[in-house]
Design a protein around this ligand. Structure first.
Ligand code: TXA
Ligand code: MG
Length: 341
C-alpha cells in the first residue's frame, strides 16, 4: 500500500516532509513534487534503494538517474570536477529546471549513474523538493515517477495510477508548474551538448556560456548505429496506448483534415481548436503559448487513452523557446510520425 502524504507547509519541520525523509533514509521510495514533474526519489548513495527505483519503474539498468541536491555547495559531493561553465550556469539557472552532466564523484554508486563515469545533477526550485532533500540529509536520485515508457507524472494522481503498491509513499504537492522535465546539458565532453530540451531553453544557456551543440536525437529519431550520448534516448518514451500522429499545418487545415477522417479517430489540439473539431479531442494548451503547452502535455497524453480512438492526430506545437521541449516530447510520443498538410 502506498502512503498518500500531504503537506501543510513546505519546510523541513512539516510532518509529511518528515515522514517522507524518514522513509528515504530507511532506503524506501517516495514520489516527490518538483517544478518540472514528479520524481521517484531514493537515497542516491544507497545502491540497494536505487536498485528499487529501477524495479518499480521497469527501467533498464543502464539508464542513469539524476542526482538532486538542495544547496549549490553540495555539487562537489556529487561531481568530481566542476568546470567554470557549470559554475556559471548554476549561478544563472539554479535552483531550477537544468540538469548538468559532469564527471562523477567516487561516492556516487555505479547503480545511480547506470555504470557511467558521469552523473546528472540538478538543484530543483520546488520548495517541497528542496525541503525533502534537506530533511533526508542525503542527495536524492530521482527519475520521473512514471512506469518506464509512459508519460511523466505532473500530479500525485498520475503517480498513483502508475506506482500504487510499488512505492512506499507519494508526497502530494499539487500540480507541477513547468510540466516537462528538466533540460539535460552535458558538460563532460569537449563542447557543451544539449541532450534533452526542457524548462531552460538553448537560447538562455547560450546567453551565459556561448554556443552549445544540440544532439540530433532532440529533433529526429535516433538512427541505427548513432550514439545515444544519453541512454534515455534509446528507449521508447511518453507513449500513450493509443497511436499518435503529429499533423503539421494551420488550425483550419488541421480541423478539416481530422474531421474528414473515417473510423475511430481523436485529436490532441489547442484550446482554440476545440470548437472546430467534430471528433473526441483533448487540448494540451493554448495556441502560441508554449509554456501552457508544456504544462498540459503529459496530462493530455494520459487522457488520450480515454478517447476510445484507434488513432489520435496531434496539432504541431510551437517550436521556439520552451516549445522545443514540447516538440521533443510530442514527437517521441508519436514515434516521430508526422503528416505534412
Ligand atoms: O525534471 C527532471 O529532470 C525530472 C525530475 C524528477 O527532476 N527527472 C527526470 O529524470 O526526468 P529521468 O530519469 O526521467 O530522465 C533523465 C534523463 C534520462 O534520459 C537519462 O538517460 C539522462 O537524463 N541522463 C541522466 N544522467 C545522465 C548522464 N550521466 N549522462 C547522460 N544522460 C544522462
Ligand atoms: Mg523519465
Amino acid at each position: 500500500k502506498t502512503e498518500h502524504l500531504t503537506i501543510e507547509k513546505p519546510d523541513v519541520q512539516d510532518s509529511g516532509i518528515q515522514r517522507a525523509a524518514a522513509i528515504l533514509r530507511d532506503g524506501g521510495l517516495v514520489a516527490i513534487p518538483t517544478e518540472t514533474v514528479y520524481g521517484l526519489a531514493a537515497d542516491a548513495l544507497n545502491p540497494q534503494a536505487v536498485g528499487r527505483i529501477f524495479e518499480a519503474k521497469g527501467r533498464p539498468s543502464d539508464n542513469p538517474l539524476i542526482v538532486h541536491i538542495a544547496h549549490l555547495e553540495h555539487i562537489t559531493n556529487v561531481a568530481r570536477t566542476v568546470p567554470e561553465s557549470a559554475d556559471k550556469l548554476a549561478k544563472a539557472f539554479w535552483p531550477g529546471p537544468l540538469t548538468m552532466v559532469l564527471p562523477k564523484a567516487s561516492g556516487i554508486p555505479d547503480k545511480t549513474s547506470g555504470g557511467l563515469d558521469t552523473v546528472g545533477i540538478r538543484l530543483p526550485s520546488h520548495p517541497v523538493a528542496r525541503a525533502v532533500i534537506e530533511a533526508a540529509g542525503v542527495p536524492l536520485a530521482a527519475p520521473s515517477a512514471n512506469l518506464s515508457g509512459s508519460p511523466s507524472p505532473t500530479t500525485a494522481s498520475h503517480v498513483l495510477a502508475d506506482m500504487e503498491g510499488r512505492i512506499e509513499a507519494v508526497l502530494d504537492g499539487g500540480p507541477c508548474g513547468v510540466g516537462v522535465e528538466s533540460t539535460v546539458l552535458s558538460l563532460a565532453g569537449k563542447r557543451p551538448l544539449l541532450l534533452r530540451p526542457g524548462g531552460v531553453t538553448p537560447e538562455q544557456i547560450e546567453s551565459v556560456i556561448g554556443p552549445i551543440d544540440i544532439h540530433p536525437a532532440v529533433y529526429h529519431a535516433l538512427e541505427q548505429g548513432q550514439k545515444a550520448e544519453s541512454p534515455g534516448m534509446k528507449y521508447k518514451h511518453y507513449a500513450p496506448h493509443t497511436k499518435v500522429m503529429v499533423v503539421k499545418g494551420d488550425g483550419q487545415s488541421f480541423a478539416r483534415y481530422v474531421n474528414s477522417q473515417i473510423g475511430k479517430v481523436g485529436a490532441l489540439c489547442f484550446d482554440e481548436d476545440l470548437p472546430h473539431l467534430h471528433v473526441p479531442a483533448v487540448s494540451y494548451g493554448h495556441m502560441g503559448q508554449p509554456d501552457t503547452q508544456a504544462q498540459g502535455l503529459f496530462d493530455a497524453l494520459r487522457r488520450l487513452d480515454g478517447l476510445d480512438a484507434d488513432v489520435v492526430y496531434a496539432r504541431y506545437p510551437d517550436v521556439d523557446g520552451m516549445g522545443l521541449a514540447v516538440y521533443n516530447r510530442l514527437m517521441r510520443a508519436a514515434a516521430f510520425e508526422v503528416i505534412e498538410l
